[in-house]
Design a protein around this ligand. Structure first.
Ligand code: EPS
Length: 383
């Protein structure tokens, strides 16, 4: 069974991850993990914190040289900002409880409900609810992504749009090349200019911005996930993983909500047979998943991200001590983290797909995994 846990506060000493269930003999590149971590830090709407951090992974267990041993893998990502918070965010000694106390919960954040639920002050809530935690999820997900790359599976993502700007997209390979070069991770270069203008306007107004993101998984065989039990359906699991990422409010697959407005004949993907290749679809409105299983077409999902709840022009809230109406607290924050969130989504999706791969092909070693993976792919071609 493949599983992981993370721990760590946004301004604590470090983030920690423990991963169990990866086969032995997987070649892991630390540089590749660090590259993903650095990619997550980028994007035009990021705030001051990203100038402080230079995320880098430390692997302290389960990998020797560049090879997994089959034992649990332990990962660390240090918070450089902790140096500025040591007297506030340290355990095992007396700390300063007052100077960073937060009394005005931000609407849209975990602040208020978290402090009621855990009977604790808001600082303790926001430290863990913070999207800083996604740095570790990228590091963990990158282990899975490297396994998938080894099997020939590719994961790619693009920003569909940010805020209210309409962008052009036809899903061509040229557009995907532009996405790789775009600061906003969009394929429409003229549109990118409008995104910069919108960001400047949001900054001027003390606002924040959300967006829509798309992830594609290419070269998967049919039959990952299962219809036989509710919690084995791959679309359900992917939706859970995506919605578990801070600020995500919606997920759709393929044609998504548009499918609800059409006749069945305008939605479902006709089946054809190609000798030597097996069964295929003439289109991919399903987004590569039917009956909770991959159907052999690319898995395509979109996610809606809400605007970040910390506003420099804050909303109305209540002071938790005096109960007086006040303005929400202003924590240093990003204005827009949509391109960063795209990197996070690519990695949580990589994790779920890898879990589905290892459920269909349980293996202690990469040697065994690659053998059964190859056999199954041959079988699908010959049906
Ligand atoms: C975040 C607030 C900001 C962001 C942070 C998420 O942090 P700070 O309060 O230290 O400026 O920078 O994101 C990260 C630290 C990160 O690594 O993505 C929040 O409240 O969620």
């Amino acid at each position: 069974m493949l599983r992981y846990l993370t721990a760590g506060e946004s301004h604590g000493p470090k983030l920690t991850g423990i991963v169990e269930g990866l086969p032995s003999g997987l070649t892991l590149s630390k540089q590749e993990i660090d590259r993903a971590l650095q990619e997550r830090q980028k994007g035009p709407g990021r705030g001051g914190r990203m100038k402080i951090e230079q995320d880098e992974v430390l692997i302290t267990a389960g990998v020797r040289g560049e090879l997994t041993t089959g034992a649990p893998i332990a990962l660390e990502v240090k918070n450089r900002d902790w140096a500025n918070w040591e007297n506030v965010m340290t355990s095992g000694k007396d700390v300063d409880w007052e100077s960073k106390k937060v009394l005005a919960p931000r609407p849209g954040h975990a602040d208020l409900t978290g402090s009621l639920k855990y009977r604790t002050e808001i600082r303790n809530v926001l430290e863990r609810a913070s999207a800083r935690e996604t740095a570790m999820r990228v590091a963990v997900g990158n282990l899975a992504r490297q396994l998938l790359t080894d099997l020939g599976v590719q994961i790619r993502g693009r920003v569909v749009t940010v805020g209210s700007v309409d962008l052009h997209w036809e899903n061509t390979e040229q557009e995907w090349e532009r996405v790789a070069q775009s600061e906003w991770k969009v394929g429409d270069l003229d549109g990118e200019q409008r995104l910069f203008e919108q960001l400047a306007e949001a900054r001027r107004l003390g606002e924040s911005l959300g967006g829509i993101l798309e992830i594609q998984v290419l070269n998967l065989p049919a039959g990952l996930g299962s219809y036989v039990q509710w919690d084995r359906k791959l679309d359900g699991r992917l939706a859970h993983a995506v919605l578990s990422v801070q600020a995500m409010k919606g997920v759709s697959f393929g044609l998504g909500f548009e499918a609800a407005k059409r006749f069945g004949s305008e939605v479902h993907d006709p089946i054809v047979y190609c000798s030597g290749e097996g069964y295929k679809r003439t289109q991919n409105n399903a987004g590569g998943i039917e009956g909770g299983m991959t159907n052999g077409e690319p898995v395509i999902l979109q996610a809606a991200m809400k605007p970040i709840p910390t506003l420099y022009h804050p909303l109305r809230t209540v002071n938790l001590e005096t109960k007086a109406e006040v303005q929400a607290s202003i924590e240093r924050s990003d204005i827009c983290a949509v391109p960063a969130a795209l990197v996070v989504l690519e990695h949580v999706v990589a994790w779920e797909i890898t879990q589905a791969v290892l459920e269909k092909f349980p293996a202690d070693t990469m040697l065994e995994l690659k053998r059964v993976w190859q056999e199954y792919r041959e079988y699908l071609k010959l049906q």
